[in-house]
Design a protein around this ligand. Structure first.
Ligand SMILES: Cc1cc2nc3c(=O)[nH]c(=O)nc-3n(C[C@H](O)[C@H](O)[C@H](O)COP(=O)(O)OP(=O)(O)OC[C@H]3O[C@@H](n4cnc5c(N)ncnc54)[C@H](O)[C@@H]3O)c2cc1C
Length: 352
């Protein structure tokens, strides 16, 4: 990790007390614990929505080991955490990965996101879970040339797909939702999925099958095999069916929804002590090998670590005190109860 000074002419960074990397359950609860101590936070997540694994991997599944909630849906937990941190007005920067991290002078930190947002932060909390969620790629030769161009893993501008020949890959909700959304606007649309069963909502699958039966779109049970490219332009894709037959599908755009997988990504390059691809922390304040940089939740490791939401919540509480000490070393620390503390009531917006 090498120190940086702000580049001449670069946009001024956001000056933040704390930046939290990751808006999973632990990152969100970190905002709460910091807020109780009067410390504000910016939160960055590569996903378009907060909630980390809970929202991305199992939103409809019940969780049974959140204290005092005998059962709580995973998305419901995220919604409750968002409600709980509302009084502290966290600034969420979603759909962008933290790609740069370096110490600045004066014990502060420089962070930059893939969207070009930069921070000058007093402290950083890495709550990056299993890593940053990345789309699973199409995996055919030469695809990288077209990724972000005519091969999309995320639709940012549906208008550019109107009147176009589209092939959509995938069998989950994203694939089916975009199929139904784009079908009335596309010149032609073909859905390709590796098997005939779908993970998507049954109602969406039924609607898609109706459109196929009515001849408005095509469906192939197949896997992508090779791109069809003419003079450097994507013209379509060959797909291979389970019986070995290869079908050539004409397309101007391929939309690939094979889901997301977490990748530790740039965090491994930031010079912080790692152990088995997790950040080593102390158990007093969950600080990493660099003072002022804390790590909580699934991303950290210490003797006895258990990757549970409950553990991450505890870590967030102690990290908040560590951060307070790092930011304001002169400040006397004392424990207050939310039940009785007037200053905490004020921060929470609770009338006394
Ligand atoms: C199917 C399933 C069931 C589970 N059931 C339970 C259960 O019953 N009880 C329980 O306690 N735990 C359960 N877990 C585990 C629990 O979900 C995790 O412990 C928890 O999500 C960890 O929270 P986190 O905030 O540390 O990380 P995550 O939830 O992984 O969130 C981390 C976030 O950081 C973001 N991120 C990472 N790197 C970057 C970067 N460089 N820039 C920007 N953003 C980044 C990611 O996009 C992600 O959104 C379950 C997990 C799964 C998969």
């Amino acid at each position: 990790m090498s120190a940086i000074s702000p580049a001449n002419g670069a946009a001024a960074p956001i000056v933040a007390e704390t930046v939290v990397i990751g808006a999973g359950p632990c990152g969100l609860f970190q905002v709460f614990e910091l807020g109780l101590l009067g410390i504000s936070a910016h939160v960055v997540d590569s996903l378009q929505h907060p909630g980390g694994q809970c929202a991305e991997l199992y939103p409809d599944k019940p969780i049974y080991d959140i204290p005092a909630l005998p059962v709580c849906g995973a998305q419901e937990l995220v919604d409750r955490l968002l409600q709980q941190i509302k009084p502290f007005k966290p600034q969420l920067h979603l759909g962008q990965e933290v790609v740069e991290f370096a110490p600045r002078e004066g014990g502060r930190f420089h962070l930059a996101t893939s969207a070009g947002v930069t921070f000058d932060a007093g402290a950083a909390v890495i709550a990056a879970g299993l890593g940053s969620f990345q789309p699973r790629r199409i995996g055919v030769e030469g695809a990288e040339r077209f990724e972000g161009g005519s091969i999309l893993y995320r639709v940012r501008n549906a208008a550019e797909l109107a009147g176009r020949h589209l092939v959509i890959f995938g069998g989950g909700d994203s694939a089916l939702d975009w199929t139904l959304e784009l079908l009335p606007k596309a010149a032609s649309l073909t859905l390709v999925h590796r098997r005939s069963e779908f993970r998507a909502a049954p109602a969406s699958v039924a609607r898609m099958r109706e459109q196929v039966a009515a001849g408005r779109m095509r469906f192939y049970e197949a896997l992508p095999q090779a791109l069809i490219v003419e003079n450097g332009t994507l013209r379509g894709v060959n797909v291979r069916a389970p019986d070995g037959a290869v079908h050539a599908l004409a397309a101007e755009w391929l939309l690939v929804f094979f889901g997301l997988h977490p990748k530790l990504g740039p965090i491994a390059e930031w010079g912080l002590a790692l152990e088995k691809r997790a950040l080593r922390v102390d158990t007093e304040k969950f600080q990493t090998s660099v003072p002022g940089v804390f790590a909580i939740g699934d991303i950290n490791t210490y003797p006895g670590k258990k990757k549970l939401i409950l553990s991450g919540f505890h870590e967030a509480a102690l990290a908040a005190f560590g951060i307070q000490h790092h930011l304001y070393p002169q400040k006397k620390q004392f424990l207050q109860y939310t039940t009785t503390s007037p200053v905490m009531h004020q921060r929470l917006g609770v009338p006394d």
